[in-house]
Ligand binder design. Structure first.
Ligand SMILES: [Zn+2]
Length: 364
């Protein structure tokens, strides 16, 4: 498994920032120069002569690196069916280990040094980067892959580093739990546990701030931190599988989508679902837990006891079945339906002979 983390390079002094600026400008020009050749010749390769024909203080190595990136962009543009005009390259520089090296700092207030080749041959820039709470585990327990991506956002510089670790095998023992994502509490599980009760408060806080303001960004950050923290509270030690609704696969005009859209528009301008979904997915991967995404299907309107579906069964936080009278916390009821759908889906997968048993989560 792989994870990419972002580090600020803003501790670099002005001289180094200027070196980064010059390097990036030249590099971007080179990529665009090569893109022009590729599109005018309609080829997928560039000759050494063509690579060298770009007149620039960039080293030949850097030119080759820019060429590789140009070919990549060109290929993916060609594959794209809805392509408009070939876009001008203004993205991150994908640099391999010949250009970027990460070294642990000895006695320093910063944790790591980035040694980066610049236009000034033989004089790499040494830029300090600070690790942070979340990143420490990656530096200590994961393997840092070679190279990195250099990205400029407005006037800020970032380095994206990728860490690797062997994916642990999936557990065969433990509980299967369904998780419903809510607005009063971030998660309700089929174990009748509730997580993240402060989420509404944090969302309200975002709403009250002026969009784009510093306070707004701070509130978003606070929410993201809270979502990550809350996801970690899930008792993954005793769990072998988690089932969640896949909002990405949502069919148009389903009730859930309408409900989510309405909530999104009104109270939750920046809904946390995709963030939490991918965070839980990642935690499952690290902990050897199966992760199942089911298509949302009336999970909030279905009675988990008798299966009767009625939109009026749910009233805010309370679920009261119109058929059998079963009364329960609405989110807990939804989480039980999610769990049941997950189990049903897995049974179907298990029946299909084409799928190897190894990939299936044991249901009992
Ligand atoms: Zn019922």
């Amino acid at each position: 498994m792989k994870r990419t983390l972002k580090f600020s390079l803003n501790s670099a002094n002005t001289g180094k920032i200027s070196a980064l600026n010059k390097l990036t400008n030249e590099y971007k020009k080179a990529v665009n120069f090569y893109l022009q050749i590729l599109s005018s010749t309609n080829k997928y390769i560039l000759s050494e002569k063509e690579v060298k024909s770009f007149s620039s203080p960039l080293s030949y190595r850097y030119k080759q690196c820019a060429k590789r990136q140009a070919v990549k962009i060109w290929k993916s543009w060609r594959r794209n069916k809805k392509k408009g005009e070939l876009p001008e390259f203004d993205g991150a520089l994908i640099l391999d280990s010949r250009f970027i090296k990460i070294e642990k700092a000895k006695a320093s207030t910063f944790n790591y040094w980035v040694r980066m080749a610049t236009l000034n041959k033989g004089h790499p820039a040494l830029i300090p980067i600070k690790s942070y709470d979340y990143a420490n585990d990656y530096f200590n327990n994961w393997k840092l892959t070679n190279g990195g991506r250099l990205r400029q956002e407005n006037n800020n510089w970032f380095l994206l580093l990728t860490f690797e670790k062997e994916t642990p095998p999936k557990k065969q023992k433990g509980k299967i739990i369904g998780i419903d994502i809510g607005i009063k509490k971030l998660m309700a599980t089929s174990e009748k546990e509730f997580y993240g009760k402060e989420i509404e408060l944090l969302m309200d806080k975002i709403q009250k701030k002026k969009q784009g303001s510093k306070a707004f960004k701070r509130a978003i950050k606070e929410r993201d931190y809270y979502v990550n923290k809350t996801a970690k509270e899930l008792p993954l030690d005793s769990v072998k599988a988690i089932v969640m609704e896949n909002i990405k696969n949502i069919k148009r005009n389903t009730k859930k989508e309408k409900r989510l859209r309405k909530e999104f528009r009104s109270k939750f301008q920046r809904w946390t679902y995709p963030k939490l979904f991918s965070r839980v997915n990642q935690l499952c991967e690290i902990n050897g837990v199966h992760f199942f995404a089911i298509d949302p299907a009336y999970t909030s309107q279905t009675c988990s006891r008798c299966g009767f579906v009625h939109k009026l069964s749910r009233n805010g936080e309370v679920f009261k079945c119109r058929n059998c009278g079963y009364t329960q916390d609405a989110d807990y009821n939804a989480s039980l339906n999610i769990l049941n759908l997950g189990i049903a889906q897995q049974s179907m997968v298990a029946e299909s002979a084409k799928v190897s048993q190894m990939d299936i989560c044991p249901l009992n």
